[in-house]
Design a protein. Structure first.
Length: 339
């Protein structure tokens, strides 16, 4: 018996038997092919439009950067409009975008009422609407952002620790709001007062709107610190705006006496304020993470196959406290490089 012939024959049989398996491996699994085909069918060629209150600020620029990168990688088109902090221009831009009928529309609301009619019209015409960080009075397909009531309660709870009963401090607190009719202001104030009102030592000596403007916050606070040199804490609703309040307190020589708090996106600018001693603590709602959540919300809505307006999804951001121990590295997203 020729053993070499026997082995050759056996090997040939094994190779022939394995050929179909090898061919299948070359093509990948049937499940993977079907999943990818369904994914591409849902997303490829779709348009995602983005309308912030204004570009040129770290918050909206970071959202836009992350969303653009995420949707274009998935074969979708990305469009953006910049109303440059002009409510009238924003209303006009939204009306024009709704008429163009993008597949997904991401909108940051300057107030709870200004854009709500067009947001509803967009869904009625077949566009999925995602509201970012500040909702309107109309509940659309999805909301991505901070839970402002939670943010307010967290800020106030820490203020009470520093200025409340037993602290030996005056208990005097300043609040610097953004736009009075913005959801971020309305809900944040609600959370703050819910906590502050429980401590008899706390006195809110100023609760004014700076309309998200640094210089306005500086001017308001300069007056407050002059009238109340024993101010214990200042709470601001956005880091960029509250940096003005911090500067006024520093100009008065009180930066080591007044605890300055702010909430915001967590950019390098915010971390610089913390590390320079202008902010005592900063409550970050992580704009980079919110950008990724915006992309995930868009994918969920497009892949669901449901009609716009069929559901209300919420993607809340987990806030993180930043102080001098951790205001660095990944907790502070980089600012765009100027060309």
């Amino acid at each position: 018996m020729d053993m070499r012939k026997i082995w050759t024959s056996l090997l040939a049989g094994v190779v022939l038997a394995a050929l179909p398996m090898w061919a299948g491996a070359q093509e990948g699994t049937k499940t993977a092919r079907e999943l990818r085909a369904s994914y591409d069918k849902s997303l490829e060629g779709k348009t995602v439009a983005y309308l912030p209150i204004a570009l040129g600020v770290p918050l909206s620029d970071e959202w836009g950067r992350v969303v653009k990168e995420g949707v274009e990688w998935r074969g979708m088109k990305f469009e953006v409009r910049d109303p440059n902090n002009n409510p009238s221009a924003m209303q006009q831009a939204l009306t024009a975008l709704v008429d163009q009928k993008p597949d997904v529309l991401i909108v940051q609301n300057p107030s709870v009422t200004l854009l709500m009619k067009d947001l509803k019209r967009a869904e009625q015409q077949g566009t999925h609407v995602i509201q970012i960080n500040m909702s309107s009075n109309y509940k659309s397909d999805a909301f991505v952002g901070a839970d402002w009531h939670e943010i307010g309660r967290m800020l106030a709870t820490d203020v009470v620790k520093q200025c409340g009963t037993g602290s030996g401090k005056s208990g005097k607190v300043q609040i610097v709001q953004g736009e009075l009719t913005a959801a971020a202001s309305v809900d944040q104030v609600g959370g703050i007062m819910e906590v502050l009102n429980k401590d008899p030592n706390i006195k809110v000596v100023s609760n004014q709107a700076a309309n998200w403007d640094t210089n306005t916050a500086l001017n308001i606070t300069a007056t407050v610190i002059q009238q109340h040199p024993d101010l214990c804490a200042s709470i601001g609703f956005w880091g960029v705006m509250e940096s003005g309040a911090a500067q006024a307190i520093r100009n008065a020589g009180k930066i080591n006496d007044v605890k300055v708090y702010a909430s915001g996106e967590g950019s390098q600018l915010d971390c610089d304020q913390v590390n320079s001693g202008n902010f005592y603590k900063f409550l970050s709602y992580k704009a980079t993470e919110q950008g990724h959540d915006l992309v995930m919300a868009a994918l969920t809505l497009l892949e669901s196959g449901e009609k716009p307006g069929a559901r209300n999804l919420e993607y809340y951001t987990q806030p993180i406290w930043l102080d001098k121990t951790n205001a660095s590295g990944a907790n502070c997203f980089a600012l765009p490089k100027k060309s």
